[in-house]
Every structure is written in structure tokens, then in C-alpha cells.
Design a protein. Structure first.
Length: 70
């Protein structure tokens, strides 16, 4: 399942900070952050729930809010 989140992950240093947290989760197949988007969209392909992804991002020291899929 693909989840999208509005985040405050806004630069390469931020991406480097969250990488170990997202990469260690075996249920995350792929993830990326669009830092060019004003909402800094994090896209995660995973079997985890959106709440679980938010928890991981918050554990890394950042914020994530689930975007509603159209």
C-alpha cells in the first residue's frame, strides 16, 4: 500500500536523519521525500499502517501528517 504524508523533512540532512529509521523497518518496501514540493511529501510503500509510519518519522525527530488519497 502507498501512503503519502505532509512532512517537515525539507533538505538532504533531514533525509539523512530519517533514513536509518525508515530503512530499518523491514515492512517498508520503498520510500522517498519530494523536498521540491512545498508540503515536503513523503511517499512510503509498505504494509504498515499510516499511524505506524508517522510514529517512525516522529521517532526520527520529524513530523508527518497523512494526506487523504483522492
Amino acid at each position: 500500500m502507498e501512503h503519502k504524508f505532509k512532512t517537515n523533512i525539507n533538505c538532504n540532512n533531514c533525509i539523512n536523519a530519517v533514513t536509518p529509521f525508515l530503512n530499518k523497518e523491514i515492512d517498508i518496501e520503498r520510500w522517498e521525500v519530494d523536498t521540491e514540493n512545498p508540503n515536503k511529501i513523503l511517499t512510503v510503500n509498505t504494509d504498515l499502517s499510516a499511524d505506524e509510519v508517522v510514529r517512525i518519522v516522529e521517532e526520527a525527530g520529524y513530523k508527518a501528517a497523512k494526506l487523504e488519497q483522492a
